[in-house]
Ligand binder design. Structure first.
Ligand code: SF4
Length: 396
């Protein structure tokens, strides 16, 4: 699909966005050492040498074709995700960031996150990633228990996970640990051990994921025995209790941070900000004065590289309909402990507040939100029954 002429995005429409939201950049690097049995991300086993240089050429060609859509806008954060981006050499990441800086204006304190796995070989590169301009590392630890790591098909072990986190703490002022729970064979005791080990390393940020069995994964074909739903709820309560006691506050359904260490990039997603997604299978959400547009890039890395180098990386583009915008906004904003300002809804969707009035009234009646004239916040109950709360805003 060829990039549309910019006039196409600027033409009149029924939405009225007074200003454009902050813009973030996502770059997808799609290779991993091997595929984990639970993983449904766009990740591919690296067979032989990764085509680092060609892939970065493709990402930059992709960016150049997309530039007219974000002309004049400042980038507030960059997230390099995957896959396992730490498999890319620090030189390649340095070139990627340099090429991005040459084409886009970055905010002075632009947060630049890179996802890394705890293998020894990746760990030895952490300082070089910092020197390349990465400001925040997100370490895919998942667990510190060798048995659980094995069940998850991870290539690292407990000792490597600890060494990687210690290295991240030395090289970066801020970093994240990804931790999973409700794992095969996990008990409340082993969950608590895992969390105590994670917190002993004093991470400023933790992201918590419930292991879910996704279609088209190895686990979907050969499902492991995982804790019952009630146990999984109790585990999440335990995680929240332990992290809060360690000074990390749950600021989003699955994210916990010390003061000053919230992830700007993810906050921007949840606050319905804009993002340009570059790389294989990446998604974008971009606002214009009268419309909000979503794009998807070609998913398979080889095809993506061919298409991107020809300036045609986008395989799908849709305009978010007026009817779907309230739900899309609420799906994100209600994940936040502090909720959202009513004014943000109007600014980011271009719709009047009456578009969510009925949903808000019902949510309040059911005790799922609290609100005043300026702000809406999910209650404890709303947080626990988030799907029910979000669904009140589905287009009827
Ligand atoms: S390392 Fe991460 S992205 Fe790669 S296969 Fe495993 S879960 Fe998926």
């Amino acid at each position: 699909m060829a990039q549309q002429d910019i006039q196409h995005y600027m033409r009149g429409g029924t939405l009225q966005l007074a200003a454009l939201p902050p813009l973030s950049l996502y770059v997808h690097l799609p290779w991993c050492i091997r595929k984990c049995p639970y993983c449904d991300f766009n990740s591919h086993e690296a067979v032989g040498e990764m085509p680092e240089q060609r892939y970065i050429d493709a990402v930059i060609a992709d960016l150049e074709a997309a530039l007219p859509l974000v002309w004049g806008r400042t980038v507030h954060s960059i997230f390099i995700g995957g896959g396992t981006p730490s498999l890319f050499s620090p030189q390649a990441i340095d070139r990627l960031l340099g090429d991005i800086r040459a084409r886009l204006r970055l905010e002075a304190d632009c947060e630049i996150t890179l996802e890394a796995n705890p293998g020894t070989f990746e760990k030895d590169r952490f300082k070089a990633f910092r020197a390349a301009g990465v400001t925040r590392l997100s370490v895919g630890v998942q667990s510190f228990d060798d048995q659980h790591l094995k069940a998850l098909g991870r290539v690292h072990d407990r000792a490597q996970a600890i060494a990687a986190v210690e290295e991240a703490a030395q090289a970066f002022d801020t970093f994240n640990l990804d931790i999973m729970y409700a794992l095969p064979g996990q008990t409340m005791e082993s969950l608590e051990r895992d969390m105590r080990q994670a917190l002993a390393l004093q991470p400023p940020h933790i992201s918590i994921y419930h292991l879910t069995i996704e279609p088209n994964t190895y686990f979907a074909k050969f499902p492991p025995v995982v804790p019952e739903e009630d146990t999984a709820y109790a585990m999440l309560d335990k995680i929240t209790e332990l992290t809060e006691a360690a000074g990390l506050r749950r600021y989003e359904v699955s994210a916990y941070a010390k003061a000053g260490h919230q992830c700007f990039h993810n906050l921007n997603y949840w606050q319905f900000g804009d993002y340009l997604g570059l790389g294989a299978g990446a998604h974008s959400k971009l606002s214009f004065a009268h419309r909000v547009v979503r794009q998807v890039r070609y998913r398979e890395p080889k095809l993506y590289m061919e298409k991107a180098l020809a300036g045609e990386a986008v395989t799908q583009e849709t305009e978010v309909s007026r009817a779907d915008l309230p739900f899309e906004f609420m799906l994100n904003a209600l994940r936040l402990r502090e909720g959202f300002k009513l004014q943000d809804f109007t600014e980011k969707t271009g719709l009047p507040i009456t578009a969510i009035q009925q949903g808000l009234e019902e949510a309040e009646r059911k005790g799922l939100i609290e609100r005043d004239f300026a702000r809406v916040k999910p209650t404890e109950r709303g947080f626990d029954f988030l799907n029910d709360l979000q669904s009140l805003f589905l287009a009827g």
